[in-house]
Design a protein around this ligand. Structure first.
Ligand code: UD1
Ligand code: CA
Length: 457
């Protein structure tokens, strides 16, 4: 894309969203709508990307910092007026300008490329991207003459009854000859139902001045969805989720209930991994091959190797190597590292701790600020007591150590290889190799106590 510019319109207040957040920052599949738009145009390698901001300008600019230049539209007087704000920047430029809205998150680079190709081929003054809508409500309609030539775009609020029946809609994406864009914009008025300066009016103006105008119809209406309210936002999420999930399925990932699986766009998943419904994969998560993730699993910013079975568990910023079994109901928190063939059972929480090769933490335990060697066995109800209210302390458990059930390990403590703790112990001192630490009061039995029980009196 040589000598070409992109303008993204993102100044509107999005009043139909009924939100304090600027419309274009509402998320679709975990990314702001305007992110999707800019991500679709970046591969076209434009010379400049210019975003028009207004309502919530600072937030939008922070969000796109480094990826776009910005101009401010102080008052939202319409899409034509918004584009006019870029005149200082683009007014003298040659070449062409691609214009998109920040609230149409579903366009693919491929469709935009096809539009640009069509524009270059026909040498029109402007080429508008159109689509056929089963329900065109809310969109501008493409008005053509009997020969099929585009005459103008009419907004729904200004359309006659006949025009409203037209199902070919304006997607809000256009390529203009840059000089003719600014020439025609200066002639756009605001004598219409909304009292706004409409960008689409430039088509009529250009045609009347004898310029060739054209339209390129994309076959996939879904890409054109404009998000003006929360109903459309939910629809956009659904379309994007389907797109993401189908990509994974085509790559060899098995989704047992794809419409109930939420996978964010940057997540990577290897072949032959099987994912049940009600699984959520978030952020920069990377998952290898041949894993099974069952319903109720939620994994965020974590790295999972191959051949693991993760059952109804939550993971955040955790690392799981290979052939582990995790859950049900395990909770892996930041810096949890689970080595090959380890096992975490139900109600086990691991935070900033390594569970070594083939080690087992079977039931109801908390492992925090600790390094567990290989083949360690942690009995049920073991707690690593790592926090005194101010500081955290670390503990080590050596290879093949056997931690009896209900042990409290008061950090900092080092338990050597092949050391043992007696069940129910509160361990406060280091334990050397092959030793057993026992720290609990000795049991005494009071004989013939039954008759002294209160209920017998
Ligand atoms: C617009 C088009 C309509 C098209 C539809 C496609 C106009 C007049 N209408 O309608 O033909 O079918 O998009 O989705 O262009 N914006 C500004 N400044 C403004 C007004 C709007 O930056 O003063 C931005 C908005 O933030 C938004 C985009 O322009 O990102 C489109 O505005 P919106 O109000 O959503 O237009 P639609 O009614 O959807
Ligand atoms: Ca819109």
């Amino acid at each position: 894309m040589e000598g070409n510019n992109v303008v993204i319109l993102a100044a509107g207040n999005g009043s139909r969203m009924k939100s304090t957040l600027p419309k274009v920052l509402h998320q679709v599949a975990g990314k702001a709508m305007v992110d999707w738009v800019i991500s679709a145009v970046e591969p076209l390698l434009p010379d400049h990307i210019l975003t028009v901001t207004g309502v919530g300008a600072e937030k939008v600019q922070d969000h796109l910092a480094g990826r776009s230049n910005f101009v401010i539209q102080e008052k939202q007087l319409g899409t034509g007026h918004a584009v006019l704000q870029t005149k200082d920047f683009l007014g003298k430029a040659a070449g062409s300008t691609l214009i998109l809205s920040g609230d149409t998150p579903l366009f693919t680079t491929k469709t935009l490329e096809a539009l640009l190709d069509e524009h270059a081929r026909t040498k029109a003054a402007v080429t508008v991207l159109t689509a056929h809508a089963d329900d065109p409500t809310g969109y501008g309609r493409i008005v053509r003459n009997d020969e099929g030539m585009v005459l103008k775009i009419v907004e729904e609020k200004d359309a006659s009854i006949t025009e409203r029946r037209i199902q070919e809609i304006n997607t809000g994406v256009y390529v203009f000859d840059n000089q003719l864009l600014f020439e025609s914009l200066s002639k756009v008025g605001n004598d219409n139902a909304q009292g706004e300066y409409y960008l689409p009016d430039t088509l009529d103006i250009l045609r009347e001045s004898g310029q060739p105008i054209g339209a390129y119809e994309t076959m996939d209406f879904d890409e054109s969805l404009g998000v003006n309210d929360r109903v459309a936002l939910a629809k956009a999420n659904e379309i994007m989720r389907t797109r993401i999930n189908e990509r994974h399925m085509r790559n060899g990932v098995e989704l047992l209930a794809p419409d109930q699986t939420y996978i964010e766009p940057d997540v990577q998943i290897g072949q032959d991994t099987v994912i049940e419904g009600n699984v959520t994969l978030i952020g920069k998560t990377v998952i290898g091959r041949h894993n099974v993730l069952t319903a109720g699993t939620r994994i965020e910013d974590s790295t999972i190797g191959d051949h693991n079975v993760i059952t109804a568990s939550h993971l955040e910023e955790a690392t799981v190597k290979n052939k582990t079994t995790i859950g049900p109901y395990a909770h892996l928190r930041p810096q949890a590292v689970i080595e090959d063939e380890a096992h975490l059972g139900n109600f086990v929480e691991v935070k900033k701790a390594t569970v070594g090769w083939r080690s087992k933490v079977g039931h109801l335990s908390y492992v925090g600020n600790a390094v567990l060697g290989q083949d360690v066995n942690i009995g049920a109800g073991t707690i690593f007591v790592n926090y005194d209210g101010v500081n955290k302390f670390d503990s080590q458990v050596g290879d093949r150590a056997f931690i009896g059930s209900n042990t409290k390990i008061i950090a900092p403590v080092t338990i050597a290889d092949e050391a043992i703790t007696a069940a129910g112990s509160t361990i406060t001192k280091d334990i050397s190799k092959h030793a057993m630490g026992i720290a609990r009061s000795r049991q005494t039995n009071k004989e013939n106590f039954w008759d002294r029980m209160p209920h017998k009196k």
